[in-house]
Write a protein that binds this ligand. Sequence first.
Ligand code: SAM
Ligand code: SF4
Length: 330
Amino acid sequence: MTLKDNHGRLINYLRLAVTDRCNLRCFYCMPEEGIDWLARKEILTFEEMLRLCALLVKMGIDKIRITGGEPFVRTDIMKLLWSISKLPGLNQLTLTTNGVLTAPLVPELKRMGIQSVNLSMDTLDRNRFFAITRRDELPKVLHTLDALLSHGIDVKLNAVVMGEKNAQDILPLVELTKELPVSVRFIEEMPFNGGDVHTDSLHWNYQRIMALITEKFPAIKKIPDGPFSTSYNYQIPGHQGKVGVIAAYSRTFCGTCNRLRVTPQGMLKTCLYDNGVLNIKEIIRSEKADEKLLAALLHAINHRAKNGWEAEQLRKDAMPVHESMATIGG
Ligand code: SAM
Ligand code: SF4
């Protein structure tokens, strides 16, 4: 089955955030003291998540990304991953992780059929890693990178560019692509930091990031972007890996956006910038849930905002965003 939205865009990708909790405190995502963590009963159970995934796969979703918070802090997450990986009709199961707890699980992820993982790493410098994430965990993240590559799993390294906090890391991260077959993707910082306001970050938009990279690597070449790519992709001749820039704040990719997001508390977001357009949890905990959910999901997909600007405008509170990315999943 093919699922399309009211603007004719194919919808085939679900990003499911399985928890809002995290073992890091990245300053662009949440305050140092954390956020008001959701109570256990507020969060979809694994049974509910699996049921939702099964329904969405029947409706036409063929790729699911597990994210969070940090997916691996949720107890028994591997059980959920195994169950989702076996859904008939699902072509690709992937995940986004901060890599702190991931390394020992990599062999099992490989056995499960996971072919690609997004690993967040904003710097290669241990002190700056601590300054950004407020935890001294870079060695474990690097260990996860090694484990993924040695198991033949594709790695996309995500780095949020945050003004003066890590602009000096852009070029060393690009250098990494010389020897390693990784895609390093620089992400514009979005305002989902759980409350804090950082204004200088938006000076580092995708044009400025690319200008810096091109100045140092003038031979860098544009390579084709995939059909639903959110990144502009490049390669430096002779380098094994690739470089990408994600204009997450500038929102240049909405025209081909193929994704749905579900938050840990079961809100459906048809745009990263909307306020949640459907309370899945309420429906899935009611009578005749599958029937009602199918109708409600189709309705939401048929009333999707045209782009992130419209979605932001339509947010019920029409206030600046105070959410944390840990409740959205990235
Ligand atoms: N904890 C996992 C991780 O960090 O990879 C998964 C969840 S995290 C919310 C998903 C992605 O969102 C990460 O790559 C992170 O860097 C990115 N992210 C978080 N807050 C962001 C923000 N304010 N702007 C842009 N990207 C952000
Ligand atoms: Fe945790 Fe990921 Fe948010 Fe960092 S970006 S605080 S690792 S959820």
